[in-house]
Design a protein around this ligand. Structure first.
Ligand code: NAD
Ligand code: DAU
Length: 353
């Protein structure tokens, strides 16, 4: 038995692969094209482990994906591969349409051809698990109820619009062709191997380097934060017991304004790696806001709890402490990603701000 994971060298994908193989001997075939966000160093602990099969390739490559499915005959596909950074989607939406929309379409077509050829029992057991985001639901006012699975789609950024399009394709492949799909929409993840373009790792890495901590606008935008290990356990729960054709929202019950997140990171660093120059909060700067910046996301995760008994294991306090410690312990990983494309990206996004 095996599963195929797409984007398994990225932040959440690599955490998922590591978690999966820590709990099961079922082979993971990991299809990843290795964009700037894909980093095989995340999976270095699996070197020589035959349960992890890495396939370097693009989800848009029909011929290659068809062959991969025939060669490994997975019982499920867990689809993480995407362009994932909102700011990059504003600077260059093209790659987002190519991977998130066209890529999901091509992958669905490969999966459909493979699934159609399975025998009755294998066909019924097969799952296409689509990993999506809360951003497809748009922005909430301060006192609006959290997103349920039936909240209307109102994506506001090129990233969220491309993810919304992919969600609709997955839904249509179920309704039209009967493909056994499940979709999960999750809030902001944080934890080990998070690429330091996103808020939490950027703040940790910049603080340790004595660089400015750029908060967009007033910093009162609210996100719900989920430790990445909890996202992985939620996906496993949905894959194992989620109802076909259903959507499950995944969240941490942990809404916080960005400003609080940055101050928490600074306070933890003051305690864990004090800087003789003074408190890290001295590095906070307010910079020009993200265009079209969504004000608030909040997830109502009662459905997954009711149906599958899943709740996050980490609180924000435990998860953020573990995360800061991980970055302190992995300066080599940080140094490795702080090269080439990463440095170019920093200047593209921040010099004009
Ligand atoms: P990431 O950017 O860290 O990783 C994406 C991975 O996909 C990389 O390894 C990259 O090389 C690979 N990839 C990109 N284009 C590809 C292609 N055409 N073919 C094959 N591989 C390709 O992303 P992440 O933060 O780990 O997010 C994973 C998924 O979870 C995405 O679908 C994202 O939309 C979703 N999601 C992320 C978050 C979050 O907070 N990070 C929250 C909710 C949902
Ligand atoms: O909500 C789920 C989404 O969370 C995922 O679908 C995306 O893939 C993921 O990137 C993340 O999107 P965000 O835009 O919320 O994440 P980001 O870390 O880029 O930003 C978090 C918040 O912090 C957001 O309100 C913007 C703000 N921010 C971000 C950066 C990088 C800053 O204030 N300063 C910064 O330098």
């Amino acid at each position: 038995m095996s599963i195929l994971v797409t984007g398994g060298a990225g932040f959440i994908g690599s955490n998922f692969v590591l978690d999966w193989l820590a709990q099961s001997d079922e082979t993971v075939v990991n299809l990843d094209v290795l964009t700037y966000a894909g980093n095989l160093a995340n999976l270095a602990s699996l070197n020589g482990d035959e349960r992890h099969v890495f396939a370097h390739g693009d989800i848009r490559d029909r011929e290659m994906v068809d062959k991969l499915l025939q060669a490994h005959r997975p019982r499920a596909i867990v689809h993480f591969a995407a362009e994932s950074h909102v700011d990059r989607s504003i600077h260059g939406p093209d790659a987002f349409i190519k991977t998130n929309v066209e890529g999901t379409f091509k992958l669905l077509e490969s999966a459909r051809a493979y699934w159609t050829g399975l025998d009755g029992e294998a066909q019924a057991a097969f799952r296409f698990h689509h990993v999506s985001t809360d951003e497809v639901y748009g922005s909430l006012s301060a006192d609006a109820p959290a997103f349920t699975e039936t909240h209307p789609y109102e994506p506001n950024s090129p990233y969220s619009a491309s993810k919304a399009a992919s969600d609709h394709l997955v839904r249509a492949w179920h309704h039209t062709y009967g493909m056994p799909v499940v979709t999960t929409n999750c809030s902001n993840n944080y934890g080990p191997y998070h690429f330091p373009e996103k808020l939490i790792p950027l703040m940790i890495v910049n603080a340790l380097a004595g660089k400015p901590l750029p908060i967009y606008g007033d910093g009162l935008q609210v996100r719900d934060w989920l430790y990445v290990g909890d996202h992985c356990s939620a996906i496993r729960a949905v894959l194992a017991g989620g109802r076909v054709g259903e959507v499950y929202n995944i969240g941490g019950w942990n809404e916080k304004p960005n400003r609080d997140i940055v101050h928490t990171v600074c306070t933890l660093l003051d305690e864990m790696r004090p800087d003789p120059a003074g408190p890290y909060s001295r590095l906070i700067t307010h910079v020009k806001d993200r265009p079209g910046h969504d004000r608030r996301y909040a997830i109502d995760a009662r459905k997954i709890e009711r149906e599958l008994g899943w709740r996050p294991a980490e609180t924000f306090e435990t998860g953020i402490r573990k995360t800061v410690q991980w970055y302190l312990d992995h300066a080599d990983w940080v140094a490795q990603v702080q090269s080439g494309a990463y440095r170019e990206w920093l200047s593209t996004n921040y010099t004009a701000r």
